[in-house]
Design a protein around this ligand. Structure first.
Ligand SMILES: O=C(O)C(=O)C[C@]1(C(=O)O)C=C[C@@H](O)C=C1
Length: 298
């Protein structure tokens, strides 16, 4: 898939200026106004000022530097898998996950003319991955852009009827585009999981509230190291819901992992399992315990 050569420079400049002047109560997200991350911010923090940022790094940096208190970041999608950048950035960020949130993503095909005039469609690579089948059937060339809403803004700005965008209905409204088709994602379950990042860890969820704990760890690169590290979760009846390995520092040894478990770090069974994990690993870093949202258990 090719990448679109143009960036909405004016939009990027405006977003950067806005980030520099953000009030602390603002909530940072990656993308232009009308991005799905913006929608997630509105659902989670209806009172807060949404702070659009050009990149994930910028959104994270706004929280690290204290320019705002929260960032809402997509980490995985039910159709297109993980948002790789974020899994790589999280361990480095020093921030904590304090909540998770699921958004059902409904994509629209939009433009300035008619649907049969479209030759190309531009959007965020994740969004294009979620509509791949439908776009192929329509015979339109998918082209990557840095954000769904910025793609909509770009199409509106050029007025080129041969280039459409895949973005939210909100983006179509904000940038004055015509929606040719709604709900064009390749599966009905198309849902993106967002996490809320903050400088401080959240207080542990009350007893009786189902909790999730996210962590990174590095195992020794020897046979059975991972098996032994995770043994405590099996013997203590703790459900591991996610386990992903990473290449770090150019090494293919892939001895670093990101894991999510069901349970809070003050749950006695989790305490025992974590002790065993610490014993068998080089280091463990817990990056948040937060309430488990129902979607995962459904
Ligand atoms: O481009 C956007 O609108 C975003 O908010 C980014 C993003 C993503 O990176 O996953 C968020 C939700 C959808 O899965 C598609 C794109």
């Amino acid at each position: 898939m090719s990448s679109y050569p143009l960036r909405a420079e004016a939009l990027v400049t405006a977003m950067t200026a806005r980030a520099d002047a953000a009030p602390a109560a603002a909530v940072a997200f990656q993308g232009a106004p009308g991005a799905y991350s913006h929608q997630a911010v509105r659902e989670l923090f209806p009172e807060a000022a949404p702070l659009p940022c050009v990149s994930f790094e910028d959104a994270i940096e706004a929280v690290q530097a204290g320019r705002c208190d929260r960032a809402v970041i997509p980490i995985e999608n039910s159709l297109h898998g993980r948002v790789a950048d974020i899994h790589f950035l999280l361990p480095e960020s020093g921030l904590f996950i304090i909540a998770e949130h699921f958004v059902r993503i409904r994509h629209c095909l939009m433009g300035v003319g008619r649907q049969d005039m479209l030759r190309q469609v531009i959007s965020h690579p994740q969004a294009l991955g979620q509509v791949r089948g439908r776009i192929r059937k329509l015979g339109i060339e998918p082209v990557q852009y840095f954000d769904t809403a910025a793609a909509a803004a770009h199409v509106a700005g050029t007025g080129d009827a041969s280039v459409g965008a895949v973005a939210s209905k909100l983006a179509a409204e904000l940038y004055g585009l015509t929606v040719f088709a709604e709900g064009i994602e390749d599966a009905d379950h198309n849902t993106t999981r967002f996490v809320v990042l903050a400088r401080e860890a959240a207080p542990l969820p009350d007893a009786g509230v189902l909790a999730m704990t996210s962590m990174n760890f590095e195992v020794r690169n020897v046979p059975a190291a991972l098996f032994k590290s995770l043994g405590g979760f099996a013997t203590n009846g703790i459900n591991i819901t996610k386990l992903e390995s990473y290449i770090r520092d150019g090494s293919f040894a892939a001895a670093e992992f990101y894991a999510e478990i069901v349970g809070s770090t003050d749950d006695p069974a989790v305490v025992l399992a974590m002790e065993e994990l610490r014993f068998h690993t080089k280091w463990v870093k817990v990056i948040g315990t937060y309430p488990c949202v129902r979607e995962r258990t459904a």
